[in-house]
Design a protein. Sequence first.
Length: 404
Amino acid sequence: MDGGRPSFVQRRDPAAACQSCGGRPMLTFFTLPGIPVHSCLLMASREEALGCRRGDLRLAFCRACGFVANTAFDPSVHEYSARYEETQGFSPTFNAFARDLAARLVAAHDLRGRTVLEIGCGKGEFLVLLCELGGNAGIGIDPSYVPARTTSPAADRIRFLREFYSAAHTDLRADFVCCRHTLEHIGAVAALVGTLRAALAGGPPVPVFFEVPDVLRVLREGAFWDLYYEHCSYFSPGSLARLFRAAGFEVQELAVAFAGQYVLLTARPADGPTRPRLPLEDDLGALAEAVDAFGRVGAAVARWRTTLDDLRARGRRPIVWGSGSKGVAFLTTLGAAEGLVEYVVDINPYKQGQFMPGTGQPIVAPEFLPRYRPTDVLVMNPTYTEEIRQQLGGLGLAPDLLPV
Ligand SMILES: [Zn+2]
């Protein structure tokens, strides 16, 4: 049932065209066959989790614009339905970041009594925040939206469309467009940004805000747990800005946030393609260097595997904290089945009682841990380490924490 082994062999792929700038060839630099195609889809049984649908990861780099993509990605396998459980809204750390960001966006763009459009709104938490904070009306577009999950008094000012954003939505009018953690799930990125630019044509220069993971950090840190099937498109600050500039936007702000994990871009429609002018955009050389050095990650994968083997050999009980995509990618890449890690913890109640796609571990609530008494907790997102230490302490537990 395990997928294949990771490979770091580099090879030019003349058949693959860059979905961001159209350039070719792409340079393939990391492959991992047979990984779960849905790391956020709820798996109700161990059998379903082990027998989940699989696809290949074949990461390739465009030397022209810095875009990184999974050229083996097949969009037809995806199911972004109500069974898709992607929210990070149960974490206080993530919530604090989202609240602070929403407050800053409301202040920066004077979003008061306006209409806000969110592309890929998930369960709608962030759109609700923007509407609550500024007394705004909202339009949220996402096929995985679940109406019962929105309880805010602002809900009657928000219209949710349970579908993918497309040219069919170009008549929707808004004063602000945001799109967080969505573009990395889309293969045809230039097509989506082009559709948005066309939708904004002829109107006032509506600000757009996009947030995606930062691939430059992933490559530099060798964060192989941040590479998974749902994420078919990977951006750095510069490559994201190049996409928007080529599509006819003026990029006004570019930043990295959330401990360097996310790229934040603010842009407005311009008359045509625009030229780079922000310091963070100049990263093509750094990206090429990071891609060339990515082979080192093979050693990191082997090291983590050895760490787990050693822990088990010493009779210890390691668990993973965080059943999201990072946890799935981490366990899948290591080929770590239930013999190595028996349980995965998640604070999201919708995940508890489900199973890890690909490797089959049961997902348990923190309240289960006093019974199992884990000796070592692998923390999938180090940003949450203190939050997790406090929760474990509250349960009377003090295992070793291993931030990944
Ligand atoms: Zn490109």
